[in-house]
Design a binder for this molecule. Structure first.
Ligand SMILES: Nc1ncnc2c1ncn2[C@@H]1O[C@H](COP(=O)(O)OP(=O)(O)O)[C@@H](O)[C@H]1O
Ligand SMILES: [Mg+2]
Length: 300
């Protein structure tokens, strides 16, 4: 791929106090693709996403977004960049005192000079895209979790972004609703030709929507590759997996949700160290990936 990436994360390090949460991350995202960033809870996915959108600074490194290094932009520069991407947060993050339509209209009122009739039309178009036009006048408390995500997505789309960022789009949803949201993400990507960056720890969603995938573990990027390459790794039989490096075996365990492998071995050895020292060792236990195989194990 000779084309310039639309997003380029270069040697990004993030430390909170003296705790290193991201350790030299590199990741390119090409225009039009859906990149899924996977990893267990606490692996650094949300932190990476927040650095990519310029909402928190990196300790070291650079993030190029639309040809600008967001790590060096001032607030007005960041505001210019922010108009070109949309974000869907974990919770949907709707304002409860506003209707669905008012929530979707808000970015248009804040960032454009459009007349209110035009905004109204724009809102209708966005709500139609996510299948919520009939529910425009409902308040967030009156709609289901899946509909809140759709409304959040309509709001993320309000300024016609070229890039959409999602943090755990299917978190907290039942399997069917979650699959519907996956399908919506796929449809929107096709219809609108947007570039999507999706953070998830749910493997079924990951494989459903990804063109390429990236695997984070404890702040390290273990692998970036096509969905097919991750599928091939997941489907390696035990005999050939035994000869792989520890990182690939760890990814394979994560993707498959196997009860035995490098992730669980690490957990056991941490517990042993804890045992010896008579107390918790840092926060290792919390950082151990929680393996979520979700619906895929039954389907595949
Ligand atoms: N604002 C913060 N201050 C201190 N530590 C943080 C902060 N945000 C995240 N962390 C830590 O960084 C690590 C990665 O967190 P996060 O990016 O939220 O992981 P994920 O989204 O993969 O679950 C965790 O150990 C978390 O406790
Ligand atoms: Mg997170």
């Amino acid at each position: 791929m000779a084309e310039e990436p639309i997003i380029s994360v270069q040697d990004v390090v993030k430390e909170f106090d003296d705790k290193r949460v991201l350790d030299g991350i590199n990741l390119d995202v090409q225009a039009g693709e859906t990149m899924v960033i996977m990893g267990g809870s606490g692996s650094g996915k949300s932190t990476l996403l927040r650095i990519m959108i310029g909402s928190i600074p990196a300790t070291e490194g650079a993030v190029w977004l639309f040809g600008k290094n967001v790590c060096e932009l001032d607030e007005s520069g960041l505001n210019g960049v922010r108009k070109k991407f949309g974000i869907l947060f974990q919770s949907g993050a709707l304002f409860n005192s506003m209707t669905v339509a008012q929530n979707v209209a808000l970015p248009l009122q804040e960032h454009t000079d459009l007349a209110s009739e035009i905004i109204e039309i724009q809102v209708k178009i966005k709500l139609e895209l996510v299948g919520l036009r009939e529910h425009a006048d409902k308040f967030p408390s009156q709609i289901s979790g899946g509909m809140k995500k759709r409304a959040g997505l309509a709001r993320a789309l309000s300024l016609d972004p070229r890039v959409l960022f999602y943090d755990e789009p299917s978190a907290g949803l039942d399997p069917v609703t979650s699959a519907e949201i996956d399908q919506l993400i796929i449809d929107l990507t096709k219809k609108l030709h947007v570039t999507s960056v999706v953070v998830t720890h749910e493997m079924d969603s990951a494989f459903a929507i990804a063109d390429r995938m990236a695997m984070l573990d404890k702040g390290r990027m273990l692998r970036v590759g096509t969905r097919e390459s991750f599928e091939a790794l997941m489907n390696k039989d035990d005999a050939s997996a035994a000869g792989m490096g520890v990182d690939d075996r760890l990814i394979r365990q994560f993707l498959r949700g196997d009860p035995v492998g490098p992730i669980t071995e690490r957990k056991e050895s941490t517990n042993y160290a804890e045992d010896l020292l008579g107390g918790p060792v840092e926060e290792h236990r919390e950082k151990t990936p929680s393996v979520v195989t979700t619906r895929s194990s039954a389907v595949r």
